[in-house]
Design a protein. Structure first.
Length: 111
């Protein structure tokens, strides 16, 4: 998580704004630029590292934005097939002890 430190601690609002923008551009699968490339796998390892970061967990708005991003990426079968066990553990923690209902809802949309 050391590589994520700067974005999370120095500019969490900027990170959230990027995640929110990605979500807005891709919320509708019919017009989603990301989903148009359904056969192309996305490297979402940084996103999973961010979601596993305690500083992100402490920021419900940022957590929600990142989970929405993950929800969009998980529409692709190729991304779902690349999910690792640790990814599931990370997502499940948001279901077991969510800070908000929105976080629980978005986490459930991923799984």
């Amino acid at each position: 998580n050391a590589g994520n430190g700067n974005a999370v601690s120095d500019n969490p609002q900027g990170l959230q704004a990027l995640a929110d923008e990605f979500y807005k551009e891709n919320v509708d699968p019919n017009t989603s630029p990301n989903f148009q490339l359904a056969d192309n796998a996305d490297d979402y390892s940084l996103l999973m590292d961010l979601l596993d970061d305690r500083r992100v967990e402490a920021n419900p708005n940022l957590t929600l934005a990142l989970l929405r991003m993950l929800k969009v990426l998980s529409r692709k079968a190729v991304n779902r097939s690349n999910v690792e066990e640790q990814d599931i553990v990370t997502i499940v923690k948001f279901l077991q002890s969510p800070r908000t209902r929105g976080i629980a809802s978005e986490a459930s949309n991923v799984v």
